[in-house]
Design a protein around this ligand. Sequence first.
Ligand code: ADP
Ligand code: ASP
Ligand code: MG
Length: 406
Amino acid sequence: MDLVVQKYGGTSLGSAERIKAVARRVAGAHDAGNQVVVVASAMADTTDELISLAKQVTEYPDDREVDQLLSTGEMVSCTLLAMALRSLGYQAVSLNGAQAGIKTDSFHRRARILSIDPHRITRELDSGRIVIVAGFQGITEGMDITTLGRGGSDLTAVALAARLGARLCEIYTDVEGVYTADPRMEPEARKLADISYEEMVELATHGARVIHPRAVEVGQVYRLPILVASSFSNTSGTLIKGEVDLEARNKVRGIADDRDVAKVTILRVPDRPGIAAKIFEPLAEAGISVDTIVQNASVERFTDLTFTVSRNDLARALGLVEPVADEVGARGCTHDATLAKVSIVGTGMASSPGYAARMFKALYQAGINIELITTSEIRITCIIAEEQVQKAVRTLHRAFELEKPG
Ligand code: ADP
Ligand code: ASP
Ligand code: MG
C-alpha cells in the first residue's frame, strides 16, 4: 500500500462546499488503495482576519498568544474536513500539530521543526483511518503552540512526507502549478512541467508564494519530489525535483516579484572596522531578517549603508538602527517603504554571461529605474518602485521569451 501525503491551501478549503469537494478528492486517493495523510491550511482569509483581530485588541500582541490564536484557523479546517469525510462514510481523524508529533523550537511565529514523532499518525493509518493534520503549527518542549511562518502548511506537509517515508508530497492549490511568473501578474505566464529545487528555493524566497521556500529546502535535503497542482481540476501540475532536462538549464526559468520590501539607508557612516557589526547585531538579536545589504565605496572615509527588511519590520528596525547611527556619528537615517523586488532565476545563469545586461537593458527600455541590485549564482534581483512591479515582470517575461516553451 502506498502512502499519499496531500496538502490543501486556504482558497481550496474556503467554504463548506469547497471542503466537501476536497473531501471527495481525498476519498478518491483512499479508494485507490492508498494510506492518506492530508495537511490542511486555514480557510481562505482566516489567518489574516485573526491577525487583524489581535491588532484591534492591542497594538503589539504577544507572539505566544498570537500563535495560540493562529493555530485555531487550521483546527477549524481540519476538523471540518474530517467531518466531511466521515459523512461520506470514511473513517477519518483530525490531529493538531502537537497530536501529530510535530516538535518545534520556541521562536514564536517563525518556529522551526526540530523533529516529528510519527507514532500517532502511523497508528491511525494502520487502523484504516484517513489522517487530517492541522498545518502551520507545532509544539515546543514546554508545550507551547508555535506557528511556522506565513504559508507554513507547505512545510508541515513536506516534513511529514519525508518523515513518513512517502515517495512524493502533493501540494494542491488555486493555480495549476508553478508558472514562469505569478499568473495573476503576467497572463502570458506558462506552467512549468518541472523545476529544480535550487530554482524553486530562489523563486519562493524572492516572492513566488506558490510554495514556502523552507518546504522546498526540506524536499531537497530528503530528495523528496514535490508536486504542485490544482485542487480544482485534474490537470498535470509541476514537479519540483533534483534533475531537470538539459535544455531547461540554459534559460531563465522564472520571474518572482515581491512587494514586501522596505529600504533603510544610514547616511555618512564613518568607515571604521566594527561599525557594520554594531548596526546589524541588534537587528539579528531582534529576529529581524535583513535581505539586501549595500555599502558604497567610501569617499573621504564616510560611506552610505543601505539594507532592506520586510515592511512589517521597518518600524522596529528603525527603532534599533537610529540610536546606533547617532552613536557612531552617522548623519542620520532615511527609509522608503514603497519598493518592490523583481528577480530572474535560472540554473543556466550560473555558467553563461549576459543575463544581467539583458535584464538591466530591458528595464531601462521600459523606463524602470533600478534602486539596488543583488545576485546569487542563479538569480539577479532588482529593487524598483512598487508601482512599476507589474510592468517589470511583464517586460522581463517578454525579454527572456518565457512565454515560449522549451
Ligand atoms: P495556498 O493557499 O494554496 O497555499 P497561496 O496563495 O499561498 O495558496 O499560493 C498560491 C498563489 O501563488 C497563486 O494564487 C499565485 O497567485 C501565487 N504565485 C506567485 N508566483 C507564482 C508562480 N510562479 N506560479 C504559480 N503561482 C504563483
Ligand atoms: N494559514 C497560514 C497562513 O495563512 C498557513 C498556510 O496557509 O500555509 O499563512
Ligand atoms: Mg500558501
